[in-house]
Design a protein around this ligand. Structure first.
Ligand SMILES: [Zn+2]
Length: 360
């Protein structure tokens, strides 16, 4: 028996959609289609793929390409550049979902490892607009110092260890304006899975110990964690199977089924899942959902995740073969049925820029 429920206006604030100079990996068309198949209304795209979104020209190029191709709604992050691009912040801040600062090694060339440099970026970004940070281990403490000093709203992406969660719990108790995102691969996989996964288990931050995974689940259950974000980062099968595989895994189409499986197992309530994938991301970024925008989900659908059914261009998933319960049947945006029966029904360009003309 099907058991249909509605999940309102899901927003994934952490994806790497590729396209532009990396269109051989995936395109805005293919990955926004994957977002609809995953039940999402909207996605935010990270700035670290070439050409990096660190100047107004690159931003305009990405906006134009997404405007033409996207089938779901979208926002773009601006990236903090090593070279220092702060003079452009006032001009771009109203057009983007936030500033992304890479404080630990990542894909691309945006690492800002020096605390004084980080401070310049923090000082320059307009107050009230989100800063998303990649910070691991003790770097979390370095960033919290900047949050304490500048009081800028800061979202910590892909938190993956018990220690990092402890730092951030204390920061919340202190009243700092911080929020926490975790990723499905850190919830469902650990370093013990690496021998079986091979390069499909390589991402940044890497897979951690079972005790870290357990701490993340406890954080989901207690309300400490604010967001489950996919960190969707497709690479081609050939690249992943090469002698120097790149970091990153796709996730847009597996995140919701994995969380609904946790609901069926009694590990999370459906209400909590809705907070994690829809209500909290919208609250953090201050975005209202359009009317009649939702995913229609069958909680009883019982099946095995398989790459053949995915819409992402990369054609593989680290969760291949995993039995899940909960399938997206339809996705609706602004009263239009944009995904049904495994087919994307929206035309390229249907997706809207959520930060067009937003006031800085
Ligand atoms: Zn990422």
């Amino acid at each position: 028996m099907a058991r249909l429920v509605i999940i309102p206006a899901m927003l994934d604030p952490h994806t790497h959609l590729r396209d532009l100079d990396w269109s051989h990996k995936a395109t805005f068309a293919s990955e926004t289609a994957a977002a609809l198949a995953g039940g999402y209304w909207a996605v935010f795209d990270m700035p670290n793929t070439p050409p990096t979104t660190t100047d107004p020209v690159a931003l305009a190029r990405k906006q134009a390409a997404l405007r033409a191709a996207a089938v779901c709604d979208w926002g773009i992050y601006y990236g903090a550049a090593q070279s220092g691009n702060m003079e452009s912040y006032d001009d771009v801040a109203g057009q983007v979902c936030g500033l992304k600062i890479y404080n630990n090694a990542t894909t691309g060339n945006l690492l800002i490892a020096e605390q004084g440099q980080r401070a310049h970026h923090y000082a320059a970004w307009p107050t009230g607009r989100v800063i998303a940070v990649h910070a691991e281990d003790e770097t979390v403490l370095d960033i919290l110092q900047l949050v304490r000093q500048y009081r800028k709203r800061t979202h910590f992406v892909h938190i993956s260890t018990a220690a990092e969660l402890d730092y951030l719990r204390a920061a919340k108790e202190e009243g700092l304006p911080v929020t926490i995102g975790v990723c499905p691969h850190h919830l469902y996989l650990t370093e013990a899975d690496l021998p079986a996964l091979g390069s499909f288990g390589l991402m940044k931050p890497g897979l951690k110990a079972p005790a870290d995974r357990d701490a993340l689940w406890a954080g989901l259950q207690s309300g400490l964690v604010d967001v489950v974000e996919s960190d969707h980062a497709p690479h081609t099968l050939a690249e992943k199977q090469s002698s120097q595989p790149p970091y990153g895994v796709p996730g847009l189409e597996t995140t919701l089924p994995l969380l609904l499986t946790a609901v069926q197992a009694g590990r999370l309530t459906l209400e909590r899942v809705i907070e994690l994938v829809a209500l909290n991301p919208r609250r953090i970024w201050g975005i209202e959902a359009p009317p009649d925008t939702y995913a229609l989900v069958d909680l009883e659908a019982d099946y095995v995740l398989e790459r053949a059914r995915l819409h992402t261009a990369c054609g593989w998933t680290p969760f291949e073969g995993l039995r899940v319960r909960g399938r997206v049947r339809e996705t609706w945006i602004r009263g239009r049925r944009v995904f049904a029966d495994d087919q994307v029904l929206a035309l390229p360009g249907f997706g809207q820029d959520l930060f067009r003309d937003s006031v800085c």
